[in-house]
Design a protein around this ligand. Structure first.
Ligand code: FEO
Length: 168
């Protein structure tokens, strides 16, 4: 059975993951409608991943005797200056999510919920990977300067597989 404080912070994270998914979806739409097919592909796949993260929180809360709340989600920005601005924002957002996950780890320790502490480690590792993959993209963009964005877009196209039709 989840303690109240643990349940609250996990339910809070459902909204954060839902927002992350919609944020990347909005960025994907921006890329898709500005001719960056590869970038859109990457972002659509990222949005699906965030939805899966949200589902993990929902299912875990229910499984442990809590009740997941499906949140309303704030509308993410739909306009971006350029690709660099998009990926700078992705990196900033992932760093924010890493802080949130660390906050959950902290509550688990305070409440001595070692089961949830163990479960959340998957997200701790996931955040290391997410930050690293976005940092690598930002490095590529820095090396390219303002040129060759077409090449960048082709390049990133191969970084993810096909976007799954559904995350179910
Ligand atoms: Fe759900 Fe990108 O962290």
């Amino acid at each position: 059975m989840l303690k109240k404080k643990v349940e609250e912070i996990l339910v809070n994270q459902i909204e954060k993951e839902a927002y992350s998914s919609n944020l990347y979806l909005a960025m994907a739409v921006w890329a898709d409608t500005n001719g960056y097919e590869g970038t859109a592909n990457w972002l659509y796949a990222q949005a699906e991943e965030e939805r899966l993260h949200m589902m993990k929180f929902i299912k875990y809360v229910n499984e442990r005797g809590g009740k997941a709340i499906i949140p309303s989600v704030e509308q993410p920005p739909s306009e971006y200056k350029d690709i660099k601005a998009v990926f700078a924002k992705v990196y900033e957002h992932e760093q924010y999510v890493t802080e949130l996950i660390s906050g959950i780890v902290g509550v688990c320790l305070e409440e001595k919920d070692f089961t949830t502490h163990n479960w959340i480690q998957w997200f701790v590792t996931e955040q290391i990977e997410e930050e690293a993959s976005v940092a690598a993209i930002n490095d590529k963009l820095r090396l390219l300067g303002d040129h060759n964005l077409y090449m960048f877009d082709r390049d990133i196209m191969g970084m993810r597989g096909q976007v799954p039709a559904s995350s179910e």
